[in-house]
Design a protein around this ligand. Structure first.
Ligand SMILES: Cc1cc2nc3c(=O)[nH]c(=O)nc-3n(C[C@H](O)[C@H](O)[C@H](O)COP(=O)(O)O)c2cc1C
Length: 366
């Protein structure tokens, strides 16, 4: 048992979930905490993990999923923990409070979370300020971590004008983005998932990619699309094709689900919102396989959903993911999770005779 699961987790879990989240983020902004958490891997134990993906160097394939650092206030902490990349956001162009509280629920017996935050965001300007401030703390970081920025639309913006919202956030945030993720898959903004319809999505992605090129003519900023696990296979592939036709170069699969597979946690399971964590693993893994079968190795897939262990991470890579992300497992397992995933992944690759992670991507997909 780690210090986290023995001491810290019981203290945090005794608090209301969003309060625990706020305290954690506040602690992770303190330089002393960042120093205490810092973990430098022995290069030999993670030698198989670096990759160049979409023109970006990743020291390892394990990333922080969107939603944990929505305001971009804890970037040095993610680097110190050993993440290869962190996705900030979702950011909306204009600040908005999100849904009424409570809106975050632990399903402990299921190792899961239900949330219905609804994009509480300090807005693009606020997040840009936060990130500029943390970049001054760059000396606190130990790894050259990549930063993605996940963007969404404001609640009050009708879908016909959604593209204007995405484009406004790009105008403000592009200097900070290693990549952009277009979020059309959160279940907590009414109508957002309708943007996954193929004609709508293609036009939206075209607008976004065009604006990214205008704003950043010399540095290529890849645009990825984050999709929902709640579509039929046919709709999902149509959405993905539309995203690629529009100029997206990678897919993040998946966001939280509105489905409620058999759950054991009692009252909280009835809450509305997106379900994440262990119950999402099987679905997210099969979406990954479906996408890899369709796309092959040319279009990187970022696998996310229910990854708790090195076995889960390795399974997702073998199911076609080039990179992976975690959120819910970090809440349950604590900061040591990243080290466990990285050393465990490297060990599994070595055992199976792979010299580089790239060789294992999609090997289980027929
Ligand atoms: C509390 C919470 C908030 C989230 N907020 C966002 C968000 O703002 N944008 C987004 O694209 N995904 C968001 N997600 C989804 C995660 O990025 C991820 O896709 C999902 O939780 C599945 O991964 P996991 O099982 O490792 O948590 C959120 C997830 C949780 C648990």
């Amino acid at each position: 048992m780690s210090v986290y699961t023995r001491a810290l987790r019981p203290a945090l879990f005794a608090l209301e979930a969003e309060r625990a989240h706020e305290l954690t983020i506040a602690a992770l902004q303190r330089p002393s905490v960042v120093s205490a958490l810092r973990w430098r891997p022995d290069a030999r134990t993670v030698a198989r993990l670096p990759q160049n993906v979409l023109g970006l160097d990743f020291v390892n394939p394990v990333g922080l999923a969107a939603g944990l650092d929505k305001q971009g206030t804890a970037v040095p902490a993610w680097a110190a923990l050993g993440f290869g990349f962190a996705e900030i956001g979702t950011v909306t162009p204009t600040p908005q409070p999100g849904n009424p509280k409570p809106r975050l629920f632990r399903l402990r017996a299921d190792r899961a979370i239900i949330n219905r935050f609804g994009f509480n965001s300090e807005g693009a300007d606020g997040v840009a300020r936060n990130m500029a401030a943390t970049i001054r703390l760059k000396s606190d970081t130990t790894t050259p971590m990549r930063i993605g920025i996940n963007i969404g639309k404001n609640k009050d913006t009708p879908n016909e004008r959604a593209a204007e919202d995405y484009v406004r956030s790009i105008d403000v945030l592009h200097p900070h983005a290693g990549y952009f993720a277009i979020n059309v898959s959160s279940p907590n903004t009414a109508g957002l998932r309708d943007l996954q319809e193929r004609h709508t999505l293609r036009t939206l992605v075209e607008r976004v990619v065009g604006r990214v090129r205008e704003q950043s003519p010399t540095r290529t900023i890849p645009v990825l699309v984050k999709i929902s696990p709640d579509m039929t296979d046919g709709d999902l592939l149509r959405s993905v094709d539309a995203a690629l036709e529009g100029g997206a170069v990678g897919i993040i699969a998946t966001n939280t689900t509105v489905a409620r597979p058999a759950l054991r946690s009692g009252r909280a399971t009835a809450e509305a919102g997106g379900l994440s964590g262990a119950p999402l693993k099987a679905t997210a893994n099969s979406v990954c396989q479906l996408l890899f079968r369709h796309l092959g190795k040319g279009v990187p897939i970022v696998g996310v959903g229910g990854i708790f262990s090195a076995d889960d991470a390795y399974e997702r890579i073998r199911s076609g993911a080039t990179l992976i992300q975690v959120y819910t497992s970090l809440v349950y397992e604590g900061p040591g999770l990243v080290r466990k995933l990285l050393t465990g992944l490297d060990g599994r690759l070595a055992n199976d005779g792979f010299t580089q992670i790239d060789e294992a991507i999609g090997v289980d997909v027929q």
